[in-house]
Design a protein around this ligand. Structure first.
Ligand SMILES: Cc1ncc(COP(=O)(O)O)c(C=O)c1O
Length: 436
């Protein structure tokens, strides 16, 4: 074990030994190297005369640049985006994201969390969760409907075992808390440590939890933790903030789980991707909420996370981080966000209104949805993939089939006037297939 990793492990162990036990083998071995990076950081502060430490090129005290690149970004100084960003992310952005996170989740008041560490998109954050907290054959508890990329990240890359609960009751009216509880308690009996990912607003169904459901889920996880099972909870908050109905909690379950028990490690994984409509910028964040009497544990976890990034992509795009930081500092940031929120909310409401029409009842059921980008329908008697292909070939309409029965519709990219025509096309397609 590298001595720096050992040092971090000692800090974590003395702060809360359960956190150390929960780390994967890779998590235990990770550290942030001192070598060139630390020496460069020291030189940045003290080497006022000559600084020949970092692997970038400079000219006249500024970063060397090609105008064939910089001319496209006249509003930003090349020094703000061409040099490397730190593996942790730009400090101002990390602080700003944390301040906003506490504002958006008032239940975090008086709680502690790490500073967010910047990742190259949310997928990368999920993959860090996987690397740092999942060993081969660890069990990860997910709903039966989930974002397909989890399989690649958790199973293919890190050899986890997925077990499923049913996400919704049979009538598709609500989150299936009974099924969640049964699976969590069953797995808690079989394993010292379990992992679960809570993704609300949910991909693919567009469901978000009520305050009561959040409390019920948190109570179950806290209860098994108190009874001795270690629990790693990833809160995949990719669509955070896009809550369109009054009954939905406007906070992440992270704010309840952070620090709730010494055997719970909560990770908030979020980012600009969907929240700030900046998919291609690839900026995500990983933030830790744990129970500890010693705040040094947060820094130790940040260091391990930055080490995980350093050994993989080294650091996330400096340009993207600078753009996000500038956007968040813009006096109209909130107004711009509200405008886009209203646009998506109106689409979601239009979907609800259109789907009230009884003509669709015999053809499909609708999964509960109240947030995010998507909604799903469950087909009564035709195959989802056959319908998808039929709609593509005969109606020029593209949707996503999931399993035999489910179709996912991204209302996030649907103009309001296309909502009713879309469902009529789906109905026509179903009727075509029924006729054979
Ligand atoms: C639930 C969920 N998590 C994570 C992501 C990935 O986000 P990113 O594009 O930032 O990697 C997505 C994207 O579709 C998603 O639906």
């Amino acid at each position: 074990m590298n001595p720096i990793a050992q040092e971090l492990n000692d800090i974590i162990k003395t702060s809360n030994p359960y956190i150390f036990e929960m780390l994967s083998d890779m998590g235990k071995a990770l550290f942030f190297p001192k070598g060139i990076l630390t020496q460069s950081a020291e030189a940045k502060q003290k080497a006022g005369r000559i600084n020949a430490t970092i692997g970038i090129a400079k000219e006249g005290g500024h970063v060397l640049s090609l105008s064939s690149i910089t001319r496209y970004l006249p509003g930003i100084d090349p020094d703000e985006y061409l040099p490397y960003a730190p593996s942790y992310g730009i400090p101002e952005l990390r602080k700003k994201w944390k301040t906003e996170l506490f504002k958006k989740n008032p239940s975090l008041k008086n709680k502690k969390s790490s500073l967010p560490v910047v990742t190259s998109g949310i997928t990368h954050g999920i993959s860090i969760l996987s690397d740092m907290w999942i060993d081969k054959n660890d069990v990860i508890i997910l709903p039966d409907m989930f974002w397909g990329n989890y399989s690649l990240t958790f199973c293919v890359r890190n050899s986890a075992r997925i077990v499923h609960y049913s996400a919704y009751d049979d009538k598709l009216t609500r989150f299936n808390i009974e099924s969640f509880e049964k699976m969590i308690r069953e797995q808690a009996k079989l394993n010292d440590k379990i992992i679960t990912v809570l993704n609300f607003p949910h991909n693919p169904t567009g469901y978000s939890l009520s305050k009561l459901e959040i409390k019920q889920i948190a109570d179950i996880l806290i209860d098994i933790a108190q009874k001795g099972t270690k629990v790693v909870v990833g809160c995949d908050d990719a669509y955070f903030g896009l809550f369109f109905e009054d009954e939905t909690s406007k906070e992440s379950i992270f704010s309840i789980l952070a620090g709730a028990d010494k055997r719970i490690v909560a990770l908030k994984i979020d980012g600009a991707t969907k929240e700030d409509y900046a998919w291609g910028l690839r900026i995500g964040f990983v933030t830790y909420g744990v129970h500890s009497d010693n705040d040094m544990v947060f820094e130790a976890l940040e260091k391990k996370t930055a080490g995980c990034i350093r050994g993989n992509i080294s650091n996330a795009s400096h340009l993207s981080q600078t753009l996000l930081l500038k956007s968040m500092a813009d006096e109209n940031y909130e107004t711009y966000k509200k405008e886009k929120f209203e646009l998506l909310k109106n689409r979601a409401h239009k979907m609800r209104e259109v789907l009230k029409n009884p003509k669709y009842k015999g053809a499909f059921d609708v999964y509960p949805f109240n947030s995010g980008y998507f909604m799903c329908i469950r087909l009564k008697d035709v195959n989802a993939e056959q319908l998808r292909l039929h709609l593509l070939d005969h109606y020029g309409t593209g949707l996503i089939s999931m399993g035999d029965k489910n179709i996912r519709i991204a209302f996030s990219c649907l103009e309001i006037n296309d909502v009713e025509p879309l469902f009529d096309i789906v109905l026509s397609g179903i009727n075509d297939l029924r006729k054979g």
